[in-house]
Write a protein that binds this ligand. Structure first.
Ligand SMILES: CC(C)(COP(=O)(O)OP(=O)(O)OC[C@H]1O[C@@H](n2cnc3c(N)ncnc32)[C@H](O)[C@@H]1OP(=O)(O)O)[C@@H](O)C(=O)NCCC(=O)NCCS
Length: 178
């Protein structure tokens, strides 16, 4: 489902280097100046594939990308989208393709987004996550995120509504991944 334009786009921009243990030599995380909505929409659909999350089609993705302060860190099999507003950064969406999970790519994307947000002036990062997303919760805890509240009935889908956990961490020059 991934398109050539997206892959070429990814390779043509300057890269954020994760730590050497995070990713294989072939993969590079980039933060493109003009992310490709088609490439990201395909990753979003394949990465979530859930009855709860609404699929962001090309148009919806383009609208997200057009918002002020939105950045994407990506590689061929996943991406993280953040929005930075003054001292606060928020994770808007984050997905790695099922076949690429458990190899450290998610951690590398999260680290790149956290360092980037700090370098842009953010001192804290927020996110919402569904309580049943065990892998994401575990990764966020490892990255230092702590519970900061519950948003009732935050996610809507065919099976009904469900809550979201709100999580938060401070940002700095050093990342304290456990
Ligand atoms: C969350 C997600 C991005 C993590 O991507 P990933 O590339 O698998 O992440 P990593 O390989 O870096 O794993 C990071 C940590 O996640 C946790 N983790 C990974 N798979 C897990 C699983 N099946 N169960 C519990 N924890 C898991 C572990 O703590 C892991 O660290 P470890 O390997 O040192 O134990 C990926 O699982 C995903 O896309 N999930 C679906 C979409 C989603 O939930 N997005 C977040 C919404 S807020």
């Amino acid at each position: 489902m991934r398109d050539e334009k997206g892959l070429m786009n990814m390779k043509s921009h300057s890269s954020v280097q994760p730590s050497p243990n995070d990713m294989s030599d072939e993969e590079v995380i980039t933060c493109p100046a003009q992310p490709d909505p088609v490439f990201l929409s395909n990753l979003h659909g394949d990465g979530f594939a859930s009855a709860y999350e609404q699929y962001w089609d090309d148009k919806a993705m383009a609208e997200m990308l057009a918002m002020t302060g939105v950045f994407v860190h990506q590689f061929s099999g996943g991406f993280i989208m953040t929005q930075i507003s003054f001292e606060t950064a928020e994770i808007l969406t984050f997905a790695v393709l099922p076949g690429q999970r458990g190899k450290g790519y998610g951690a590398a994307l999260l680290k790149a987004a956290m360092l980037h947000a700090f370098n842009k002036g953010a001192t804290r990062m927020l996110l919402e996550v569904a309580p049943d997303r065990e892998a994401a919760l575990q990764l966020y805890r490892r990255a230092g995120f702590e519970p900061a509240g519950v948003r009732k009935n935050y996610y809507a889908g065919p099976k009904g509504k469900r809550d979201a956990f709100l999580m938060e961490t401070g940002l700095g020059t050093e990342l304290n991944f456990r």
